[in-house]
Design a protein around this ligand. Sequence first.
Ligand SMILES: NC(=O)c1ccc[n+]([C@@H]2O[C@H](COP(=O)([O-])OP(=O)(O)OC[C@H]3O[C@@H](n4cnc5c(N)ncnc54)[C@H](OP(=O)(O)O)[C@@H]3O)[C@@H](O)[C@H]2O)c1
Length: 233
Amino acid sequence: MGQVPPHPSITILGDGKVARHFSYFFQQKQISFNTWSRRSQRPLEEAIRHSRTVLLLIKDSAIEELIRAHPELSQKTRVHFSGCLTTPLAIGMHPLMTFGPELYPDDVYEKIPFICEIGPERFEDLFPTLSNPVYTIASEHKAFYHALCVMSGNFSVILWQKLFQELQTKFGIPREAALPYLKQVTENLVHHPARALTGPLQRKDASTLEKNLSSLGQDPFQKIYQAFVEVHQ
Ligand SMILES: NC(=O)c1ccc[n+]([C@@H]2O[C@H](COP(=O)([O-])OP(=O)(O)OC[C@H]3O[C@@H](n4cnc5c(N)ncnc54)[C@H](OP(=O)(O)O)[C@@H]3O)[C@@H](O)[C@H]2O)c1
């Protein structure tokens, strides 16, 4: 058994979704850490006193402001997990994953890739017991990289939520009826990404595309459908 350090060497700032997931992961990996949030009674200075590394797992727009407001952070290695922010004040390491309110099965966490502004050797230095895949990206490419993540991961959720809601409210069909479709779309994307697209766009079926667009009428999703037709062409 290794020696447990007398003080945590990592402090997690924030108590939102990502802070909760990574607190759980670090517990599993027996990584010693403590936490601080703006709601905690303890001063930040005291919470980070013994830490080498501070993870700023807070809202993107608050990261630089918090660092500037706390000069005591300048002595620490500061890391943030934002996919979009680049700042000279902290190192960006973006976990390529979605983190909702529920925790995930244990084996999910160690497979999460980190897309970093630093090389894998620096990641290893900060987290020697983690074996997550690490990829490096230039700071100037982060906003584009993150736009791709948002479009694929977040926009697709909005489309599926639209289907679930319309099935239920317009046709009285439960969300569960669409789940085999969702699962198969995902499976096809995982196993045959280049052949996963089916439907009128893939078949170049102009008459079906026209009927679909016209059926959407004044629905705000009509613009989205139209945009996809244009992008795909
Ligand atoms: N969720 C994801 O899927 C995901 C994926 C990859 C990376 N990330 C990144 O992870 C980081 C945290 O995201 P999240 O999803 O965990 O956000 P979240 O659930 O909304 O939590 C945000 C946290 O930031 C704190 N906060 C906001 N303003 C603050 C301020 N001025 N000073 C101190 N703390 C402040 C909040 O505290 P209060 O509760 O007091 O407001 C809360 O603890 C972000 O950089 C995000 O880009 C998120």
